[in-house]
Design a protein around this ligand. Structure first.
Ligand code: GDP
Length: 519
């Protein structure tokens, strides 16, 4: 019974957005609601020595080479919240994508001035493929942005997901009056940085809002939504087919609390997860989980690492003995940490939906499943994410080829970088989601394997995996480079969008996909 209670309380999610859309600002407000922090650190106010709590990893980064995403856990009302940070900017990497495999729902922030931006599209695609619920927060309503109807159209057209506005902005920027809340039938009045004021719609008559021209103009839009818009269907939300949309301003803390409360109500608790032997429900008594990230120790003198484990079923007890599916070795988990908003604390018990850090004496790999009990199934959560940058790599001193090979293999296994081979020459080509990955690789090959390497850039490439069984190899060239991935699957690295489209036009029989689901 308690296990079920604990599961129902859990809300594990990530916030996805393009840099500068307001992720840090929104996260901070959520932490304030959870009373994790007392005052909002001026966002990125590093001059004043204050950090946004979700940026704590920046500090770590300066000390090490590890690029991490943080986990923030806290209680809020009847819920236990786990927010997983998805690193953006120059930290954008496979870790960012992988984090999305460890959550049950996602909040997507869109800047009302800029609309749907590239990084949002990339992350959205992964969420879509996994069919997880996506909630949209359209931010910066205190500024003059795009028309709300145009923003909805953009979401539907660019992202291909249907939307249901939970509230509707009345004006924006200087004319921003507040939100018409379709769900609670209230008007939420915007008072700048002062606290918002909630007026039931049937008491709006006679207030200065009801006669305001901006309000009267907006009533038409609201009518249009009611008549021609999508209807709300919680099942479609849960399948990731319909996204509830909320408007607001993270900076002014306007519309954030209503958004969060509705989100928690409609977001899902930890769900059954797919294994090679079918779905395992979280309430399964036997503990199971999988590792979605490994973080090297900050101290280079110690080679040990921390593995981030998403608990999928049962109860975690510190000191318990589990089995690693891949190696069939058993291990006692004595050192485990939880992440209470960046503070790491020893955790004795944890439940499905929780993320814990376990000490890794170099025995785990990303994707490993840990199990209590005798069944030897494994979670199949990690798809292959599309790298964007490609480089050929060679060892400078051929005498060191052996260490080079060993180092590359090891680092590829850790998952920060993907290995390909050019089909015609067998040259090693590495693909990464972010530039930093190459620098980390070069550094670590030097520091840990004493190998110096040379890169030849292939620049930005658009990778597509070939799904067709048979194809002619002569249709490929240096602009549409034929490679094999680590599993021997053929892929093409296109020089740019033009070559890609030209190729498709002329080779309609070759089926290409941009994401490979785990098999
Ligand atoms: P992140 O890169 O997505 O984490 O974005 P931040 O939260 O750091 O925000 C980027 C910039 O946008 C900062 O200068 C914020 O103060 C600003 N910002 C965030 N939310 C709002 C908002 O609701 N209104 C306005 N006007 N600015 C905002």
């Amino acid at each position: 019974m308690t296990l079920l209670n604990e599961i129902n309380k859990r809300r594990t999610f990530a916030i996805i957005s393009h840099p500068d859309a307001g992720k840090t600002t929104l996260t901070e407000k959520l932490l304030l609601f959870g009373q994790v922090i007392r005052s909002a650190g001026t966002v990125k106010g590093k001059k004043s020595g204050k950090y946004a709590a979700s940026d704590w990893m920046e500090i770590e980064k300066k000390r090490g080479i590890s690029v991490t995403s943080s986990v923030m856990s806290f209680p809020y009302n009847e819920f236990h919240i786990n927010i997983l940070d998805t690193p953006g900017h120059e930290d954008f990497s496979e870790d960012t994508y992988r984090t999305l495999t460890a959550v049950d729902s996602v909040v997507m922030i869109i800047d009302s001035v800029k609309g749907v931006e590239p990084q949002t599209i990339k992350l959205f695609k992964v969420c879509r493929m996994r069919g997880i619920p996506i909630f949209t927060f359209i931010n910066k309503l205190d500024r003059e942005g795009k028309e709300p109807l145009a923003l909805l159209a953009e979401i539907e057209e660019v992202l291909g997901i249907e939307s249901y506005p939970m509230n509707w902005p009345v004006g924006m920027g200087k004319r921003f009056l507040g939100l018409h809340d379709r769900y609670t039938n209230t008007f939420v009045k915007y008072n700048g940085n002062e606290e918002e004021e909630i007026i039931p719609l049937d008491q709006l008559n006679g207030t200065d809002i009801s006669t305001h021209q901006t309000y009267l103009d907006t009533l038409n839009e609201i009518e249009l939504l009611e008549e021609a818009g999508n209807s709300f269907d919680v099942n479609r939300v849960h399948k990731g087919e319909l996204t509830p949309v909320f408007f607001g301003s993270a900076l002014a803390n306007f519309g954030v609390q209503t958004f969060f409360d509705s989100f928690l109500q409609f977001a899902v608790q930890p769900q059954p997860r797919k294994t090679n032997e079918g779905f395992v429900p979280p309430e399964n008594e036997e503990f199971s989980g999988y590792i979605f990230k490994i973080q090297a120790n900050m101290n280079p003198a110690h080679r040990d690492r921390i593995a981030f484990l998403r608990i999928c079923s049962g109860t975690f007890q510190r000191g318990m003995t589990v089995n690693v599916s891949r190696t069939n070795k058993s291990i006692k988990l004595t050192q485990s940490q939880s992440f209470m908003a960046g503070d790491r604390e020893t955790v004795d018990q944890a439940y499905p939906g929780d993320i814990i850090g376990i000490y890794d004496p170099n025995i785990y790999q990303i994707g490993d499943t840990l199990l209590e009990g005798k069944d030897a199934y494994y979670y199949n959560e990690l798809p292959q994410f599309p790298p964007e940058l490609f480089r050929k790599v060679r060892v400078k001193n051929v005498m060191k080829s052996k260490q080079f090979k060993k180092g590359i293999e090891q680092l590829v296994q850790e998952g920060a970088i993907q290995l390909f081979r050019q089909d015609s020459t067998n040259d090693i080509i590495l693909g990464a989601v972010g530039q930093l990955q190459f620098e980390v690789l070069e550094y670590r090959l030097g520091a840990e394997y004493n190998v110096e390497i040379e890169f030849v850039s292939l620049g930005d490439r658009i990778p597509r995996w070939i799904q067709s069984e048979k194809f002619e190899k002569r249709v490929f060239d240096s602009r549409s480079l034929l490679v094999k991935d680590r599993n021997g699957q053929y892929a093409v690295l296109f020089e740019n969008d033009f070559t890609y489209r030209y190729f498709r036009e002329n080779n309609k029989d070759i089926e290409l996909v941009d994401l490979l689901e785990a098999n």
